[in-house]
Design a protein around this ligand. Structure first.
Ligand SMILES: [Zn+2]
Length: 257
C-alpha cells in the first residue's frame, strides 16, 4: 500500500474505533439532560453545566477499579453498567452494580443540597394505605405514587407477596451508605425500603445463598417499580433486596430510549 493510502486507511480505522465512544457520550449526555431537566442547564462538548453553574465532565480520564468508580464517579462511570431489565437467574459478577455509581453533584442539583433543602422538597405520597414522604422534584414523587397504584393491584392478586413488601421501612433519611461516606439516595428522598426484616442486605447477610434471596423476592414487584423508573438493589452484586431508588435515566437507557 502507498504511504498516503496507508495513512488514510489507519485514520479511517481509528475514527471507526472512536465513533461508538463519541455516540455513547452524546447519547448519555442527552439522556441526563432529558431525565434531570431541572438540574441540567446545558450540554457541552465534554459534559454538562448544572443549573447551579457547576460543570460536570463526562469522562475524567482516570482509570478506576469497581470500588474507586463508586467514590470518584463521572457521568460515563454512572451509566457504564447497563441495568438489566430481565429477571435475576444468576449471581451478578463481582462489582456489577448498575446504579450504585452516582454523580452526587447531579443529585444535589436535582433534589436539594442539604437535609433542610431536601426536606422542603418532600411531599406526602399515598402508598399502599400509608403516607410516605418523597421528593417532588424530577418526577420522583409522582412516579412513586404510580408504583403504589400498580403494586396494590399486584398484591391484591398475590397476597403472598405482601410479606416481602410490608411493613415499609422508610424513604427519606439524610445519611451516608453503611460503611461508606457516600450519600445514599435516601438522603435525597428518592429511595424507598420495603420490609427490611424480611429482605436481605449484603453487609449483614450471613447465609450462603444470596441467589435464593434474589429469586425469592417476587419479580413482579420489582417489575412494577422498574416500569415507573425505579431500579432494584436486588440486581446488584452487593445486594440490597429491600431497596428501590428512582433512576429513570438508567431504566430509559436499558429500554434504549
Ligand atoms: Zn434503601
Amino acid at each position: 500500500m502507498r504511504p498516503v493510502k496507508k495513512l488514510l486507511f489507519s485514520l479511517v480505522f481509528l475514527l471507526c474505533l472512536a465513533a461508538p465512544a463519541l455516540a455513547d457520550k452524546a447519547s448519555d449526555l442527552d439522556l441526563i439532560r432529558r431525565y434531570f431537566p431541572q438540574a441540567v442547564a446545558s450540554v457541552t462538548p465534554d459534559g454538562l453545566v448544572l443549573s447551579d453553574g457547576a460543570r460536570l465532565v463526562y469522562d475524567d480520564g482516570r482509570a478506576k477499579d469497581a470500588e474507586a468508580a463508586l467514590d470518584d464517579t463521572d457521568i460515563e462511570d454512572m451509566l457504564a453498567q447497563p441495568y438489566p431489565l430481565e429477571r435475576v437467574t444468576a449471581e451478578p459478577a463481582p462489582g456489577f452494580h448498575p446504579g450504585r455509581r452516582r454523580v452526587v453533584a447531579l443529585f444535589k442539583a436535582a433534589y436539594g443540597y442539604d437535609a433542610a433543602e431536601v426536606k422542603a422538597n418532600l411531599v406526602p405520597v399515598s402508598f399502599l394505605g400509608k403516607t410516605v414522604l418523597f421528593n417532588q422534584r424530577n418526577g420522583a414523587a409522582q412516579s412513586l405514587e404510580a408504583v403504589g397504584r400498580d403494586l396494590a393491584a399486584v398484591l391484591a392478586a398475590h397476597p403472598e407477596y405482601k410479606a416481602h413488601v410490608q411493613p415499609l421501612s422508610g424513604t427519606f433519611a439524610w445519611r451516608p451508605i453503611a460503611g461508606t461516606e457516600r450519600l445514599s439516595m435516601h438522603s435525597f428522598g428518592a429511595a424507598i425500603d420495603l420490609n427490611a426484616k424480611k429482605n436481605g442486605y449484603w453487609r449483614w447477610y450471613t447465609g450462603n445463598n444470596p441467589l435464593k434471596l434474589r429469586t425469592d423476592f417476587p419479580a413482579e414487584v420489582a417489575e412494577v417499580f422498574e416500569r415507573h423508573g425505579f431500579i432494584w438493589g436486588g440486581k446488584w452484586a452487593e445486594f440490597d433486596i429491600m431497596h428501590f431508588e428512582y433512576r429513570p435515566e438508567l431504566i430509559a437507557k436499558a429500554q434504549g430510549r
